[in-house]
Design a protein around this ligand. Structure first.
Ligand SMILES: Nc1ncnc2c1ncn2[C@@H]1O[C@H](COP(=O)(O)OP(=O)(O)OP(=O)(O)O)[C@@H](O)[C@H]1O
Ligand SMILES: Cc1ncc(CO)c(N)n1
Ligand SMILES: [Mg+2]
Length: 738
């Protein structure tokens, strides 16, 4: 059990003995709690300590565990009452009362300490206190009030919103709050409202409290107040699924958590029942004790602000009651009820006698998402709708009698279409979402997944119609890819993450730097092979014969001319101007390199030799990459020509292959200088960055093809360097100048 009850500040009653009059404070409190008051603050400045203690005894009886009991000021009395075992939860202090730090000290960690704060200076003081000193702030006054004639200037709703947004503590709006202000205050970030005379002086305190409680719960059915400041929200909605377990992972809690995660929420799960089921059907159901269900729910509410709740399988009447009580107590801001009765396989997931109890749960929901069979049961129709217009008529009837939004789902309609419709009788709105039926057997858990996605998107966007549209778009994509998962022989699951993975949004996607390192490590053997080639060794120490060097240069000239053409293809396919310019510049550089080879080494008169097999093979590989019009794979194939030369050039120039390469008298000194050129190092870096960024953002499948193309080009580089000393037919030619 939790150390203290969940603090529900939604509706606080601050008592006023004079206004309660002859009825007595305890009797007014009893009525107010029955009407929906969740926190009671005893305020009696005139009473003696003994009188306050007596009043607390009477109030504890009147409240009977249904509300939090606090006392205004009077720290010592609160401490004494708690020592005496009275259910007094804490104290509310004004700026002129004892310091909150002292109250926390005296009452301990599990007491509630509230503080009145209505200026920026007050907030600053609170900010400097250790976390957990203050549980909530009373912020006001909202409108001028007679109860507190010495009150500070009225803040209005906007002033309240500013204070609520400026600090992370729950803020209760107090002072002159009227029922018609409640929705706007909640939209402005209030954790609740506090009332005094509106309830204490009311002829019927219970009805007065009920009006405020309803205004708090129903705020979403009102149009948003213009200029209302949005509450500071967590960026990732915290979404709780209350549902059954499906061990096959396609429906129930398991589907809900996947759907919440896939649509951008933080998922939590309270399990109502366990099923033994797979894609073919449900074999058994085990319902744990309802007391344990309540324990799970309270554990969440005592600690975590829940932005949305999705409710699925409820199994039986006792489970429904437990969840209903919890909803009544905690009133989460978004509740989507998927009234699960029968699984896709046809097996019952709700006791037949629990249908009436489920109907009683509807007022706690903001949206109910029945399939055709469930819609008929809830709407009290004789049979499931046979046509889409019949389904809409049933949904309209259900929404009209319950006041709850209904999403009618066409998944079980015969025919080529699978439409859904959002019906809200309160606002007389009907939004239809048409959609072709997707030909697939992967429909297990569509309803669970859809309702979880709607709850998440509603919390994220603040709008029901947008939420349904977004959830449907996501579900349809997941339906299309469901069969690729190959799960089970019956109705398989949808692929909850198909869209995410398709777009490369996988959390395991590497960074560009990781791609670079990965690919570089992946060709370590090729690089070692190049380093050990007699051609490279001879090039480094200057012992290489002129003939193989000339062979190499002639092949390189041939290579560069076609390499330039493939670079130009990359420029043509580049997705942005930066990449386009880079590949075009590189194409020009390769042509310039070819011309320079002829000018300085080969001589103008040299007839081009035939390409050697290694040259042809390498160029074919590049040309094939270019011809596939597959930009990512193409640039991956182009990269090793930059990367391996730049690496080799830098290491030769650093003397890694021996000091001879540094000797200005080295026979191939000017060739060595080309590849150690800082300008070439810059181009190499740009090429690596472009390619690794493209790979990092690609899908895993494209990234893998890129990696293979990169590796293949590296192998061609090795063969190209090996060719001068292994290819037998060396074409005769002129002397190579030194
Ligand atoms: N074959 C399909 N093609 C397109 N959309 C579908 C298909 N089957 C179901 N849907 C959609 O899936 C969602 C769930 O609808 P459905 O009527 O199947 O709910 P359900 O019976 O509660 O699902 P569950 O089997 O999970 O309980 C709806 O948005 C519906 O339009
Ligand atoms: C646990 C569970 N909840 C809901 C459904 C509805 O598809 C199911 N099959 N299993
Ligand atoms: Mg369903």
């Amino acid at each position: 059990m939790s150390a203290r009850r969940a603090l529900d500040l939604s509706l606080t009653l601050v008592t006023d003995a004079a206004q309660c009059g002859a009825r007595g404070v305890a009797s007014v409190v009893a009525d107010a709690v029955a009407g929906g008051v969740r926190t009671v603050q005893l305020r009696d400045k005139a009473a003696s300590d003994t009188e306050v203690l007596r009043q607390l005894e009477a109030l504890a009886d009147a409240i009977d565990g249904r509300a939090t009991l606090l006392v205004n000021d009077r720290l010592e009395v609160v401490a004494a009452a708690r020592r005496a075992g009275l259910p007094v939860d804490g104290v509310h202090l004004g700026q002129g009362d004892v310091p909150v730090l002292r109250a926390r000290d005296v009452l301990g960690a599990d007491a509630i300490v509230g503080l009145t704060a209505n200026t920026a200076a007050h907030l600053e003081v609170v900010e400097r206190m250790p976390r957990g000193t203050v549980d909530y702030l009373g912020v006001g006054v909202i409108r001028p009030t007679a109860t507190k004639p010495d009150h500070p200037p009225a803040l209005g709703i906007e002033g309240f919103a500013r204070i609520a947004a400026a600090n992370p503590l729950p803020c209760v709006a107090i002072g002159g709050v009227r029922a018609e202000d409640v929705a706007d205050l909640r939209a402005a970030g209030a954790a609740g409202v506090a009332v005094v005379s509106a309830v204490c002086a009311a002829a019927d305190p219970r009805a007065a409290a009920q009006e405020f409680a309803r205004a708090w719960t129903n705020r979403e059915r009102r149009p948003a107040a213009s200029g209302a400041v949005r509450p500071p929200q967590a960026t990732v909605p915290r979404v709780l699924s209350i549902a059954g377990s499906d061990p096959s992972g396609g429906a129930g809690i398991q589907a809900d958590l996947k759907a919440i995660a896939a649509t951008g929420g933080y998922g939590m799960a309270v399990i109502t029942a366990l099923t033994a089921q797979n894609t073919r059907g449900v074999r058994a159901v085990h319902v744990p004790p309802a007391t344990f269900l309540a324990e799970q729910l309270d554990a969440i509410a005592d600690d975590i602000a829940v932005d949305a709740v999705k409710i699925g399988m409820l199994a039986n009447t006792e489970v429904i009651r437990t969840v209903g009580d919890w909803l009544a107590r905690t009133r989460p801001p978004v509740v989507v009820l998927d009234p699960v009765m029968v699984a896709t396989s046809g097996d019952r997931l709700l006791d037949a006698d629990a249908e009436a109890a489920l109907r009683d749960l509807l007022p706690h929901a903001d949206l109910v998402t029945p399939n055709l069979a469930e819609l008929a049961v809830l709407a009290g129709a004789d049979a499931p709708a046979g046509t889409w217009s019949e389904a809409i008529a049933q949904a309209e009837a259900l929404s009209a009698t319950t006041g709850v939004r209904v999403l009618a789902k066409g998944g079980h309609l015969g025919g080529a279409d699978a439409p859904d419709a959002l019906v809200d009788a309160a606002s007389a709105r009907l939004v239809e979402y048409p959609g072709e039926r997707i030909a697939t057997t992967a429909t297990h858990g569509t309803g669970c997944s859809l309702s979880s996605a709607i709850a998440t998107r509603r919390a994220a966007t603040g709008d029901w119609e947008t939420a349904v549209a977004e959830a449907r778009r996501w579900l349809r994509e997941s339906l299309r890819h469901g069969e690729t998962l190959r799960v089970g022989g019956g109705h398989g699951p949808v692929h909850h993450f198909a869209g995410l993975w398709e777009r490369g949004g996988l959390a395991t996607a590497p960074t560009p730097a990781e791609v670079e390192a990965d690919w570089w490590d992946g060709i370590a053997d090729v690089r070692r092979g190049i380093d050990e080639l007699p051609f490279i060794r001879g090039l480094a120490d200057g012992t290489l014969e002129r003939e193989p060097f000339r062979f190499y240069l002639a092949q390189d000239a041939l290579y560069l001319r076609d390499y330039a053409r493939v670079l130009a293809v990359a420029a043509a396919l580049a997705p942005d101007a930066t990449a386009q310019a880079f590949w075009a510049r590189s194409a020009e550089g390769a042509i310039a390199g070819e011309l320079e080879l002829h000018r300085s080494w080969l001589g103008r008169t040299t007839a081009p030799p035939d390409p050697a097999p290694a040259t042809t093979a390498y160029l074919d590989h590049l040309a094939a990459a270019g011809a596939r019009v597959d930009y990512p794979v193409l640039i991956a194939a182009l990269l090793p020509c930059f990367q391996l030369y730049a690496d080799l050039g830098a290491r030769l120039a650093a003397g890694e292959f021996g000091p001879a390469a540094l000797d200005p008298a080295h026979p191939y000194a000017s060739w060595l200088a080309t590849y150690a050129d800082p300008g070439f190092a810059v181009a190499n870096r740009q090429a690596i960055d472009l390619v690794s960024a493209t790979a990092a953002h690609a899908t895993p499948e494209v990234r893998e093809r890129m990696r293979r193309a990169h590796r293949r080009s590296s192998e061609h580089e090795l063969a190209f360097f090996a060719a001068p000393l292994t290819t037998s037919a060396i074409a005769p030619g002129e002397e190579v100048p030194a």
